[in-house]
Design a binder for this molecule. Structure first.
Ligand SMILES: [Ca+2]
Length: 272
């Protein structure tokens, strides 16, 4: 319906400028129609995300490639929120979606979902248990019994791409920098060459980026001896131990699918 009316506007523009005004009023009206959000999301295979049930505060780990995973990705992309509750989890093994974008289930009206409407039948499992296939379209729609995506008052239409993450994280050792000279953790000067020169303890700082599944952990090694492992927050490690001479600092970052990227720095250090 939406497309038809928009096309009418385009035709009207071509035919006469007088009708443009009338038809474009129709377009304003059309923008109020569902879907209020429609877009593509990329869901990374073999990854999970966490949701917290708003009634109990319990955390659930859900497959990213489920219908709920599509809603989660769409909500971040579209800048709207959603909430789930686990009132019926013990009985049905599923979470219930109780609000999307500020519209809450109320009385007989509630949120339902449908994958590949109208070609496929209405699903009979919870959105957190429905595994999607590449190219699926997921509709979350609001209303009472017998409502469909076509007749609902609010509709979110999500086009799903399933992707693999084979790309390792990018890692950069920011501090100590290439050729940096540090005295008690402060950079004094940058020298030519690749090695860093350190007097006293130093805070190692690392930038890590992973575009698909996200950074799982960052591990710091000196001469292949594990020194620190960080799973969240900022990726820094205070290297504070008696050590003298040339050593190799190595940082390895893993994404959620265990792809790994690394960076190294040769450091001349004198620390007591
Ligand atoms: Ca990755």
């Amino acid at each position: 319906m939406r497309k038809v009316l928009i096309n009418m506007c385009v035709v009207a523009v071509l035919v006469t400028t007088v009708t443009v005004v009338e038809k474009c009023v129709a377009v304003d009206y059309v923008t109020l129609d569902p879907p209020f959000w429609e877009g593509d999301v990329s869901l990374v295979k073999n990854t999970t995300f966490e949701v917290i049930a708003d009634n109990s505060g319990n955390t659930y780990i859900i497959s990213s490639t489920t219908a709920l995973g599509a809603l989660d990705a769409a909500s971040r992309q579209g800048g709207f929120d959603y909430s789930v509750n686990d009132e019926w989890y013990a009985q049905f093994g599923s979470l219930l979606i109780d609000s999307i974008a500020g519209t809450e289930n109320q009385g007989m009206d509630g949120w339902q979902y449908w994958v590949n409407y109208p070609d496929d039948p209405l699903p009979w499992v919870g959105a957190d248990n429905y595994e999607l296939e590449n190219g699926d379209t997921v509709d979350f729609f609001y209303g009472g019994y017998g409502i469909t995506p076509d007749t609902s008052s609010k509709l979110i239409r999500i086009h799903v791409n399933l992707v693999e993450d084979n790309v390792p994280p990018e890692v950069e050792i920011v501090k100590p920098s290439k050729g940096g000279v540090y005295i008690f953790d402060r950079e004094i000067v940058i020298m030519p060459g690749n090695a860093a020169f350190v007097l006293g303890a130093i805070t190692v700082e690392v930038n890590v980026m992973d575009t698909l599944s996200g950074v799982e952990k960052v591990v710091f090694y000196v001469d292949d001896v594990l020194k620190e492992e960080i799973t969240e927050g900022t990726y820094t490690w205070l290297w504070d131990e008696p050590v003298i001479g040339m050593h190799e600092l190595k940082v390895i970052a893993y994404d959620e699918l265990e792809n790994l990227g690394d960076a190294e720095r040769i450091i001349w250090i004198f620390s007591l």
